[in-house]
Structure formats: C-alpha cells, structure tokens
Design a protein around this ligand. Structure first.
Ligand code: OGA
Ligand code: NI
Length: 329
C-alpha cells in the first residue's frame, strides 16, 4: 500500500473542486454509442474520394495501412508512458517549462481557474535534427524513439496531402516545402473518479493543416457532428487524422476543421500522441486560387501563419480562430 503522500494528483479518490468544469462544458451523456463513429479509410486503396468525403462530412477519419510501422507506434507510446510515469518530484535532469519543451502537470495548469484531467508534454519537432537534442533525455531512449516516430508521421502526412491535393485538383507540390510535423503534444488522461464533472481537453479546433493522433486503443475522443458529440472508436493500429483550420481555409471550406474534445473515463486511462502538421511560420495561407471563382468567392482572407497563431494563441483553444480571418459575406 502506498502512503498517502505518494498518491499522484489523480489518485485521491475524488475530484478536487479545481478540476470541476463549469456546467456548460460538462459532458451530459457519457453513454453515447460508438456506432456512428468517424469513417475508417484503408490507405492501400488510394482512397481520394473517401478522404475528401470524410474530411468534409466529419473533419475526422481513421487510417489503416498507413505505413507507420506498428513497432514505431508502440515504441513511441511506451516511451511516453515511461515519461509520464516518472516520479516527478525528485527527478533530476528534468527541467519543466524549459525553453524547448514544456511538461504541464495537470496540477500546474489551469484555464479560467479549471484544471484539465490530464498531464501534457509538448515540444517542437522542426527542424528535426536541431530539435532532437533539446527534447527530454529521460527516459534515455526518448530522443531516438520519438525522432523515428516523427519521421514516419511526416511521411504519412505527405501521403495524405498528396491524396487531398489530387482530390481537390490542386498542384501536387502545394505543400512540398511548407508542411512539417512542427509540434508534438503527448497526453496522459488518467482514470477519473467522476467523468461527468471533468474534461481531458476542452472543445477546440486545431490550428494545424492536419493533426495525426495515435490513441493507442483507448477511447475518450469525441467529435461534434450535427450538434451532437460522437465517440471516436478504437481500431487497432489505426491512426486518427483530423483536418485543422489551415486546410479548411486553403480548401475554401470544402474540408472542415471540426470541434473535438476529450472526456474522461472512470476505469480506463487514455494515452495519446498528437502530431500537428503545420505550415512553416512565414507561409502565407489563403484559399487556393484554383478553388475560388465568382460563384465560390474566397471565404477567408490571406494571412501569415505566424500572425494567425500569435493572434489566436491568447485564447488558447482556437475554437473560434477561423472567424478572425473570415471575410464577411
Ligand atoms: C490535440 C487533441 C486529442 C487527444 O492534441 O489537438 O485534440 O485525444 N488531442 O489527445
Ligand atoms: Ni485537437
């Protein structure tokens, strides 16, 4: 039996008041079925149509036969598990909130005074070779394992972009030099004594082009569809892909960046690695010229990606960021 003083923040057997989200954010129904989940797409079939349809109807899909080796996915998840399970209070060599990576223990972070039910680690990934030495070096295999993972996710993102560009009828080179896995965000959402009171992540849209999520066979991710939250199901070895704000803008609204959130579970934890594939900071983002005309005028203004991020960072969740660049109709 562990002594009380060794209990971690999520092991107290009750939800501390500072973790209770306001009523409007509380998940109302935690028993929604998994049946109407997001589409599952086999990349081996070069499924242009299916990707475009899923990106329009849901903004989310899962991919199988994506080319990221199972071992690379599992190794990455295992090294993250080790990272999050480290006894932080007496860990040496760890510099929380260092310049290059940020470890956010749930208890250290509050949005509007409320803690999310998760621990989170974030770091930049581009340019990769420059970033690797600045990542955590404990567990000792962290840098090697995660670098391999990022390389594979980058390859996959190029494959997905190729299909999306072909499907939209855009130049296949559109993203060649401007899209990179820029940011990795890993999360540990522990089991929660009362999931009706907490959230693992507030509803948000991603500021990326696309985000590729390894959810390691755990549930908890929900996507807003026709005003209802739907669950993202578990498909072994699949990866979850979602369209971010930038691709909604470039596609002039044909692909959609959709709100999603993470709910907590009473008996299961959730571990994820999200890789955000973003434009380079100085890139100008605007609806692709080939997709706008008199009957389909541009819905968004042109802007520098860096300015979009700066302008919206303050809100933290990018939920309404698209509105800041929308043209009034
Ligand atoms: C994100 C995200 C979901 C998850 O990182 O943008 O939505 O399940 N993550 O961790
Ligand atoms: Ni997200």
């Amino acid at each position: 039996m562990m002594e009380d003083k060794d209990l971690r923040w999520f092991e107290l057997g009750l939800v501390p008041e500072s973790y209770i989200v306001s009523k409007e954010y509380r998940p109302e129904n935690l028993d929604i079925p998994f049946s109407d989940s997001i589409p599952v797409i086999d990349l081996a079939n070069i499924p242009l149509e299916a990707i475009l349809k899923a990106s329009h109807d849901f903004g989310f899909f899962q991919v199988m036969n994506h080319g990221v080796p199972e071992k690379t996915m599992n190794d990455a998840m295992n090294v993250m598990k080790e990272f999050f399970d480290m006894p932080w209070k007496d860990e040496s060599g760890i510099v929380p909130n260092s310049k290059n990576w940020v470890y956010v223990k749930s208890s250290n972070f509050a949005k509007d005074g409320v803690h999310l039910w998760r621990d989170n680690l974030k770091h930049p990934c581009y340019p990769l070779q420059k970033c690797i030495p600045l990542w955590p070096n404990n567990p000792p295999t962290y840098q090697k394992v995660i670098a391999e993972y990022v390389v594979e996710i980058h390859k996959l993102s190029l494959k997905i972009f190729e299909m999306i560009l072909k499907g939209l009828g855009l130049d296949p080179g559109y993203f060649n030099d401007t899209s990179e896995v820029q940011l990795l965000a890993a999360n540990f959402y522990p089991p929660c004594p009362d999931p009706s009171l907490t959230l693992g992540s507030f509803p948000h849209r991603d500021p990326s082009l696309i985000t590729v999520l390894n959810q390691a066979n755990s549930t908890g991710l929900q996507v807003l569809k026709n005003g209802e939250w739907i669950n993202v199901g578990v498909i072994p070895n699949a990866l979850v892909v979602n369209i971010g704000n930038q691709l909604e803008i470039i596609s002039n609204g044909r692909l959609r960046s959709v709100e999603h959130r993470v709910v907590t579970k009473k008996h299961e934890g959730r571990r994820t690695i999200a890789t955000h594939v973003n434009p380079s900071p100085d890139c100008i983002i605007e609806p692709a010229k080939a997709l706008v005309n008199e009957s389909e005028p541009p819905r968004y203004k042109a802007f520098r990606y860096r300015d979009f991020v700066e302008r919206n960072k303050a809100f933290g969740d990018y939920t309404n960021a698209l509105q800041t660049v929308a043209r009034s109709s």
